[in-house]
Design a protein around this ligand. Structure first.
Ligand code: PXL
Length: 265
């Protein structure tokens, strides 16, 4: 099984490709990478970070890959640095996704009901058009709102389902519970206890594990149960063991959960 992760390299502050690579390896899946940008840190909570968009390099990399005849079972796209990159990812899907392969879009736009730095409404509109080409989309609560204009999870899920067969809203606080709303052939949800605080990179931990599950052909419900349990355990460890949460999640000690799921005899 071969997954292509299209995402940035944030050198410090575990997220994006520095999470996708180890998590997909734990799934027993080959993870090739198409880096979208190189940053000294991610943009959430650090100041003075460097940013190098890799638009031109991405095109050259893909031209080389075409000469190798590469094709992927799953393409997973995350943080994209420009509207042009979003358009290019549609081309990447056309050129490199196997017949019958799955396209997963984590529409990285923002958190806490604001855009991440550098993103705006025009970017969100372009991201919506990428979601329309996906088999699965994984917006957080904020991204679901930015894509649909509604904070009501039921209404948002319906609107997202008009775009894509299997939307998954990865976080909805409901009192003391935290719910994942998703669409199989109807609305379904999965709940875990709510944990106070912000956990940078949690969405990437979740989306990477989900991509591994899809590569294994796991059903949506089973995949979400595993990814939610894995992310929840990592959140508890991070809450208890990490002093400065902008450096990312302490998910590594929980990777065994994923290895065991796929490989324990
Ligand atoms: O985790 C999402 C993410 C990915 N990549 C970069 C980011 C963020 C969120 O802040 O800044 C560069």
């Amino acid at each position: 099984m071969r997954v292509l992760a299209v995402n940035d390299i944030s050198c410090v502050g575990k997220c994006s490709l520095t999470v996708a690579l180890p998590v997909l390896s734990a799934c027993g899946v080959t993870c090739d990478i198409l880096p979208t940008a190189l940053l000294s840190t991610h943009t959430g909570g650090f100041t003075g970070y460097t940013f190098l968009g890799l638009d031109d390099e991405m095109k050259k990399i893909c031209d080389h890959w075409e000469s190798l005849g590469l094709k992927y079972d799953v393409i997973y796209s995350g943080y994209l640095g420009s509207r042009e990159q979003i358009a290019f990812v549609k081309e990447v899907k056309r050129r490199f996704l196997k017949e019958g392969g799955k396209f997963i879009v984590d529409p990285v736009l923002g958190d806490h009901f604001t855009f991440y730095k550098g993103f705006d409404e025009a970017f969100a509109a372009e991201m919506r058009s990428l979601c329309a080409e996906a088999d699965y989309i994984l917006p957080n609560e904020t991204e679901s709102y930015l894509l649909t204009g509604t904070r009501d999870f039921h209404a948002a899920l319906e609107k997202l389902h008009e775009l894509c067969p299997h939307p998954v809203i990865t976080g909805a606080r409901e009192g003391e519970a935290y719910s994942i709303y998703y669409y199989t052939d109807r609305e379904e949800k999965l709940s875990i206890p709510f944990v106070e605080g912000a956990y940078h990179g949690a969405g990437d931990v979740f989306a990477s594990a989900f991509s591994g599950c899809v590569a294994h052909g796991e059903g949506l419900k089973e995949a979400l149960e595993l990814c939610t349990e894995f992310t929840y355990r990592a959140i508890l460890r991070t809450r208890d063991e990490v002093a400065d949460r902008k450096y990312g999640m302490n998910y590594e000690p929980e990777l065994h959960l994923i290895c065991d799921h796929f490989y324990k005899k």
